[in-house]
Design a protein around this ligand. Sequence first.
Ligand SMILES: O=C(O)CCC(=O)C(=O)O
Length: 199
Amino acid sequence: MIEVVRKLDVVTQNQILSECREIVTKAPLFQKTMPTGAKFKYLCTSAGDYGWLSDRKGYRYEKLHPTTQSHFPPIPDIIRRISIEVAEQVGMTIEPQSTLINWYDEDSTLGLHQDKTEESLAPVISFSLGDDCIFIIGGLKRNGKKRTITLKSGDILIMGAEHRLVFHGVKKIIPNTAPSSLDIKQTGRINITVRQVYD
Ligand SMILES: O=C(O)CCC(=O)C(=O)O
């Protein structure tokens, strides 16, 4: 399954945004580099027991934030609860252990990739907030057939079961498309993915 399974109301979206702001004060956003040395075109931080890191040493989960060298803040209850609920809604289970928070400005993109740093194959639960994005969904091979969908603020997408390892990416952010009642002061998109790293 790779599907938008819930649309959050703006009040809930604003609560989640406020939690993200708190996280970023303790675990600042940073720009990762790929193992090749190229820079990712968005900023990222994490919450939970593990944060996802990438640099010349490769892709991995670590317990400490790379610049503060402190543990990542806990996953906010609201994000944990909704993730467990939406997984159950489609007959899956997840024990949230890590939450990646990506910040995309209007020029940001995320290339086609598979989420396979996790040992667990529990579903990935993805929350979109802010501006719309054009999201690419491929198959299990990089050169497989691709389609695009628009992810809007409040959309919760699940990537699980036979689609857990599909290639996917963010092709484009569409500026100034966030709901006017969203408590966000600049154009941009926030994506939160909730992951179980170990079984
Ligand atoms: O921003 C998104 O919707 C997807 C994020 C993603 O694929 C990732 O962080 O690995």
